[in-house]
Design a protein around this ligand. Structure first.
Ligand code: LMR
Length: 421
């Protein structure tokens, strides 16, 4: 090894993109990709949303269309409209001009900006000696490395009860209580990744009250708005409830991605919205200037194309309606596949175990409960690819492959249970 890179070690491939590469290299014609969370149509093909197609056409044909630099904060119309998408047009925070928005490289870029910003400037009143950020156990694999690489102390709160395949509310609440006041809590706004399990409205009430009692800072990751219920407004419930809650005095930070709900994965469209509790124009300007500095030093200025398309959709009532229809198309097809998979496993194949969670979970993913051994056999013997945690992207199922996938799951479940006896 070079003396100049004495401690360098080769890392294993990224769990999700490594899986994608193995899938791409697989020559079996009937392989099935249930890995990365990207919507596929009923033929297993990427889908350009009709709203996006129409907006692209409108945009490139518009007068003055160009590829000039954006300002450092991003594309103004996109920032204004994206805040309304997550907070609601009537949001008190928007009306009181408390929202500081900055364009980001999709959700990951927003989380990175949030982490760096909070690390440098968040000064809770009663703080331990660390910048602790609590993430759900389990959570999206990238959360951990985004915040660890920024030097934050990543801790976990219980979320998924594997036994009951439901929310571990008691564990969650007890960690909220025992954490140092003013800790950062990362919350999935909806369609929890990887479990597909969201707290009910009543559970959200309890969780938000507990967080507010300990003055924790709420950091929302909103990557799937529109995928949980098919409706943008419903899926923003938790965020809007928190923002409207007068008892929450700490700032609220929202990391928003349009990768999934606009099907614009590679265009990296997203934003961070920082919402201080108090109305203070000077503070807002200071926050924006620091976000600008971070942005300028890392990417100079954000990418324009995707943000302009999203802004075109959001500012045109017809396109906006089309987008809502597209979200319904995607979420209904996913729900149909959930039912088909569950019914085949339960009714036709009588696969050992209970598979009702496949239909009760929502969003793009199902946390199937399959073990790493079963997942590995699915990939090797059946060409069905999912993450070793047992997370399946239901969007990869379609009418042509769902029965085959169910048959494969049935085989691995029976095989692995037998080999344990
Ligand atoms: C996923 O969880 O599959 C997606 O968010 C893709 C990614 O970037 O990890």
């Amino acid at each position: 090894m070079s003396k100049f890179f004495a401690s360098i070690k080769e890392l294993p491939p990224d769990p999700l993109f490594g899986l994608k590469a193995r899938y791409n290299n697989d020559t079996r014609s009937d392989k099935v990709d249930l890995g990365i969370g990207a919507y596929r149509d009923n033929n297993g093909k990427p889908w350009i949303l009709p709203a996006v197609r129409a907006a692209e056409k409108q945009l490139v044909e518009s007068e003055g269309y160009n590829h000039e630099y954006l300002g450092i904060s991003g594309y103004g119309p996109f920032l204004e409209e994206s805040a309304k998408v997550i907070l609601g047009k009537e949001s008190p925070a928007i009306q009181q001009k408390r929202v500081v928005s900055q364009q980001s490289l999709s959700g990951t870029g927003a989380l990175h900006l949030a982490g760096a910003f909070l690390r440098d400037f968040y000064t809770p009143e009663k703080k331990g000696d660390t910048h602790a950020i609590y993430v759900s156990k389990p959570t999206w694999a990238n959360h951990n490395q985004i915040f660890t690489s920024l030097g934050l102390d990543v801790k976990t709160y219980p979320y998924w009860n594997a036994e009951t395949k439901s929310l571990d509310l008691d564990g969650f609440l007890s960690t909220i209580k025992s954490a140092n006041s003013g800790s950062i809590f990362l919350l999935h706004a909806c369609a929890h990744n990887p479990t597909g399990l969201d707290p009910s409205k009543e559970q959200w009430d309890t969780i938000l009250k507990a967080l507010s009692d300990k003055d924790h800072l709420l950091l929302f990751d909103s990557a799937y708005q529109g995928f949980a219920s098919g409706d943008l407004e419903n899926d923003a419930f938790a965020v809007r409830k928190a923002v409207a809650d007068e008892s929450i005095k700490t700032p609220i930070v929202i990391c928003q991605s349009f990768a999934k709900n606009c099907g614009m994965y590679g265009e990296r469209v997203g934003a961070i919205h920082v919402i201080p509790h108090e109305k203070d124009e000077g503070l807002n300007r200071a926050i924006q200037s620091q976000l600008n500095k971070l942005t300028r030093s890392e990417i100079s200025n954000p990418p324009a194309y995707g943000a302009k398309i999203v802004a075109t959709i959001l500012t045109d009532s017809k396109l906006r309606q089309q987008w809502q229809d597209d979200l319904t198309t995607m979420s209904s097809r996913i729900n149909e596949m959930r039912s088909k998979l569950r019914n085949r496993l339960t009714n036709d194949l009588k696969t050992p175990g209970n598979w009702d969670h496949i239909v009760s979970q929502s969003g793009m993913f199902s946390f199937t409960g399959l073990t790493p051994e079963m997942v590995s056999r699915l990939e090797k013997n059946h060409g069905v690819y999912l993450v070793s945690s047992g997370r399946a992207s239901v969007a990869g199922l379609n009418e042509h492959n769902v029965d085959r996938v169910a048959d494969a799951i049935d085989e691995v479940v029976r095989f692995c249970s037998k080999s344990k006896l």
